[in-house]
Structure formats: C-alpha cells, structure tokens
Design a protein around this ligand. Structure first.
Ligand SMILES: [Zn+2]
Length: 183
C-alpha cells in the first residue's frame, strides 16, 4: 500500500537542506564523547557515541559523516583500527571499494548527485581529525555554492546528519533487497 506521506526523495527531488537540530548542537560544538576512537565506538555500538552507521559488512562500516560537508556525505571505514590505507588487507580494500560504488550508485540515482569527491585524509597535516582511516564520499550538486561559501568560506546550512541517516539507510536497504531479487 502506498503511503502518501513518503518523503521528498521518492520523486527524485534533491534533498532539502536544514539547519542542525538544536539538541544536536552540543556535539557539533566539539562536546565529543570520551572514547579512545570514535569510529571504533561506532563499530562497537558504544552507547555514548552517536551512531550514524547505515550499513556494515563483516569487514567495514558505512556511516553518515557527523559533520557533513554536503547532504549525503558518507564515510566508509574498516572495522579494524588501522591508521593508513597501506595497512588495509586486500579484502578490506576490495570491500571498501564495493561499498563505495554502491554508495555512489545510490546517491546518483536517488539524490541526483552529479559528481563526487572520494578520498582519504592520511596522517598529520592532511586535514583529517580522526586517526582511524576512513574514506570520505562527498556528493556534489549543481549550483551548490552560495555567495556565503564563496565570500566568507562559511557553510551556514548543514543538513541534519541524523535525518540523513534515516533517509540513506532506507535507500541502502531498498537497493540491497532489489539486488537480492536480481540474484
Ligand atoms: Zn578506531
């Protein structure tokens, strides 16, 4: 039965940008949970870590980035706490690659992302803030830069990552069940 209250993604409109919900702002201001590694906390489902993961395999986790640069900004990381891609096994590297292509297909189809930046920050001075290696997938949209981006280098509008989690998780699971049917 069709639910008339389905969200805007069903008609392929790009995601609406929202301000952070107010009750999540403490985290965004740097009030981080006291754990050795946030990504290990996500993997272990540590209750004091906000869990934005949308999918996992036996080797890797796919999660919304807590500080999204754009709507749909995902990270994919190995479950093992390793610091560099040179430490990944072939199996982990292949697993991350497969999850990357699936994420790109989902974001292209459902959100009409027209481009992507995919990559790792590795080591000091790379801009990365979490040592546990993680790949960023940042969807790019036409006309996304507003004048504030250009003139003040400030992105004032941030899509709520918790809302994003629900939406992408739904798309991810729908895609998974579709590919199950194809088998
Ligand atoms: Zn870790």
């Amino acid at each position: 039965m069709e639910n008339s209250d389905t969200n805007a993604f069903d008609d392929l409109t790009p995601p609406r940008m929202n301000l952070f919900s107010v009750n999540k702002l403490n985290y965004a201001r740097g009030d981080r949970p006291k754990v050795d590694c946030i990504l290990c906390g996500v993997k272990d489902k540590d209750p004091i870590v906000d869990n934005l993961s949308i999918a996992e395999t036996h080797l890797s986790v796919v999660s919304i980035n807590l500080y999204p640069y754009n709507p749909g900004h995902l990270i994919i990381f190995p479950k093992r706490h390793v610091l560099s891609i040179v430490d990944l096994t072939d199996e982990e590297a292949l697993d991350i690659h497969r999850l990357t292509t699936k994420a790109i297909q989902i974001l292209s189809k459902a959100w009409r992302a027209q481009g992507f930046n995919v990559g790792y920050n590795i080591g000091k001075n790379s801009g990365g803030s979490i040592p546990h290696i993680h790949e960023h997938i940042v969807p790019r949209f036409p006309n996304e830069a507003g004048f504030l981006d250009v003139f003040s280098n400030t992105r004032i509008v941030i899509y709520d990552p918790f809302q994003m989690k629900e939406e992408i998780q739904r798309l991810w699971n729908a895609e998974s069940s579709e590919s199950e049917k194809e088998k």
